[in-house]
Design a protein around this ligand. Structure first.
Ligand SMILES: [Zn+2]
Ligand SMILES: [Zn+2]
Length: 275
């Protein structure tokens, strides 16, 4: 259920009440798409109206995404994740692109996060692995690998729209810190990789934030360095490799992903290899 009232003005900016406007276009969950799907203008209406940065971003960038995007409400997203984009394939063909949100319509505070998810798809259009093609059982690890090598590009490009990457970065670090408290370093390979990728991802994004906004303390990296030194050490080595190779073009990004997958998972199970 959306967080707005049925008799409130519809967030899509039509001037009508929600009940008589977008509510009629809501699609119930199906076997193929197990989420309630909302019209895009309903989901992004408030942030378009209340965030100039988002509005500018949306007007200039949205049309680059040529595929159909489904906007879903998903209360079951993992702790600390309030939105997420996934692409599924069936028989090698794109089946659906779904942007899942914990809350619909999107609140103005999530402007940067929503632009972030859209930008994953835009990088896809530019030839990057913006959203990893995944096998379900390795969903999160493939995502964390591709995110590691696309999030810094995304943050850097979003900041040119005046979208707030600094406070969002700090908020993300805080959420991750809360999620980590009381946890021990994982012992299985898949989870260790996930942690290493997240650690490196955080350093790479942090560099973008510092470059745009001056020095910002990175509490998450400090925490990892003192609590999980083995993961941090592994992360630092991977970071060095990434900095040496670079990932600023689709070709470089793909070569790097191939190399990392080869190094961490010789059976190539982590990411299906169309590249
Ligand atoms: Zn509406
Ligand atoms: Zn991302």
């Amino acid at each position: 259920m959306p967080w707005i009232d049925a008799y409130e003005q519809c967030p899509c900016n039509s001037g009508q009440k929600y009940k008589f406007c977008c509510e009629k276009l809501v699609q119930k969950p199906t076997k193929k798409v197990p989420y309630t799907i909302y019209p895009e203008r309903f989901v992004v209406g408030i942030i378009c109206r209340c965030s100039d940065g988002f509005k500018k971003y949306y007007d200039e960038q949205r049309h680059h995404i040529r595929e159909n995007v489904l906007w879903a409400e998903d209360k079951g997203l993992a702790f600390g994740i309030d939105q997420r984009v996934t692409k599924t394939y069936k028989f090698g063909k794109l089946d659906s692109i779904v942007i899942r949100l914990r809350n619909v319509p999107a609140k103005v505070e999530s402007a940067t996060f929503i632009a972030h998810e859209l930008h994953h798809l835009i990088l896809d259009q530019r030839g990057f692995i913006g959203v990893a093609p995944v096998r379900i059982e390795f969903d999160y690890i493939a995502s964390s690998l591709s995110s590691m090598l696309t999030d810094p590009i995304i943050q850097s490009e979003l900041s040119t729209y005046g979208l707030d990457i600094k406070n969002d970065f700090i908020a993300e670090c805080e959420t991750s810190l809360r999620a980590l408290s009381g946890l021990n370093e994982p012992s299985d390979q898949i989870n260790r990789m996930h942690w290493v990728f997240n650690y490196v991802s955080n350093i790479l994004e942090w560099e973008v934030v510092c470059e745009k906004h001056g020095y910002v303390e990175n509490e998450l990296v400090k925490y990892f360095d003192s609590m999980f030194p083995v993961i941090a050490e592994e992360g630092k080595q991977l970071y060095e490799q990434i900095k040496t190779y670079g990932f600023e073009t689709p070709q470089k990004q793909k070569a790097l992903i191939k190399d990392i997958v080869g190094r961490y998972d010789p059976k190539g199970k982590v990411i299906k290899a169309p590249f």
